[in-house]
Design a protein around this ligand. Structure first.
Ligand code: ZN
Length: 328
């Protein structure tokens, strides 16, 4: 992929369990000595063990739903566990950047472009979600009580008790580098669906576990190009050379003018100043700013739908063209 850094987004998210959450993990011998199953734990700060949500679990949940959304938009995604997965066939010599661009454009599906696969590193990372210092989730022992089908009453509690996590907040960061705007738009849809309770995290989903809501604390952007106009967001396609844009198949207009709401809680209309805080506006490094409210990040996601729709229609057109060629 690109050796240089063209853009980066760091999204800070608070994950709030709406009900019980149980993220299972491979148990160590010590953990197995406990008489019940419990949420995966790790040492953190002064605590020997706190419940957390591994970044790998979050990435899996996000990728899985991303693939479903992409599929419903008619965008091709591969099955990572099949022989037709991206990059399974022997890669052609990829030592030159020309081949690299071509590989990205034509051999990677919409999911592997973002999350990576055996043949490509991907452009998306999510960190382990740790308990918030101020408002940590609490452990809660829960018993499964089988219902007698005839009497409708509870039978005696089974031995399969476990410890879930309830309330409070976990904190994590999602990082995207060298991203196209439609990709951030897709991530936005996925996160909004998780927040809407359409996607569950962890185990016991059939029992209604794993529902969470999300608060977007901030999104920090960096665009590595001198002299960029402010109040815009730039995808990698608008930051590379025209030649590279063609090779990687990036969208021609991979940028967007930001019109973000002022902070509603202040009541006064403070315009862009309230929603965006600029760190660097430089003729050497580029542009860096923070979108610093939950509402502003949410409206950013909905604005990015335009870029996503442009990408979807471009993909459909090229798919139609390929189908047309085959018929000839
Ligand atoms: Zn793929």
């Amino acid at each position: 992929m690109h050796s240089g850094l063209y853009n980066r987004a760091i999204l800070r998210i608070a994950i709030k369990p709406r009900g019980p959450l149980l993220i299972r993990a491979g148990h160590t011998a010590e953990e197995n000595s406990l008489p019940f199953e419990h949420n995966v734990e790790t040492p953190h700060g002064n605590s020997a063990a706190v419940p957390f949500i591994p970044g790998s679990s979050l990435k899996g949940v996000i990728r899985n739903h991303y693939e479903r959304v992409a599929g419903s938009c008619g965008i091709r995604v591969c099955d990572l566990f099949s022989n037709s997965a991206c990059g399974r066939e022997t890669r052609a010599d990829s030592s030159t950047s020309d081949t690299e661009g071509e590989f990205y454009a034509s051999s990677l599906c919409a999911a592997c472009k973002v999350f990576g696969c055996d043949a490509s590193a991907g452009r998306f990372w999510v960190e382990d979600a740790m308990p918030s210092q101020q408002n940590p989730p609490t452990r809660q022992l829960r018993a499964t009580l089988p219902i007698d089908r005839l009497l409708g009453s509870g039978r005696s509690a089974s031995a399969a008790d476990f410890e879930a996590v309830v309330g409070g907040e976990f904190e994590t960061r999602i990082i995207l580098e060298n991203f196209e705007l439609w990709q951030l738009g897709m991530i936005g849809i996925v996160l909004m669906d998780i927040d809407d309770g359409l996607v569950q995290i962890g185990g016991l989903r059939s029992k209604g576990y794993g529902l969470v809501s999300l608060n977007f604390d901030s999104c920090e952007f960096f665009f590595a190009k001198p002299g960029l106009p402010t109040e815009r967001i730039y995808g990698v396609g608008s930051l590379v050379s025209e030649k590279q844009r063609g090779q990687f198949g990036y969208m021609t207009e991979d940028w967007l003018v930001l019109k973000l709401p002022s902070r509603s809680e202040t009541g006064a209309d403070q315009g862009m100043a309230a929603a965006i805080k600029y760190d660097i506006i430089s003729d050497v490094f580029g542009l860096k700013y923070v979108v610093n409210s939950n509402e502003a990040v949410r409206s950013l996601f909905s604005m990015l739908l335009r870029n996503l729709l442009d990408y979807v229609s471009q993909q459909r057109t090229s798919a139609d063209r390929t189908a047309g060629k085959r018929e000839e």
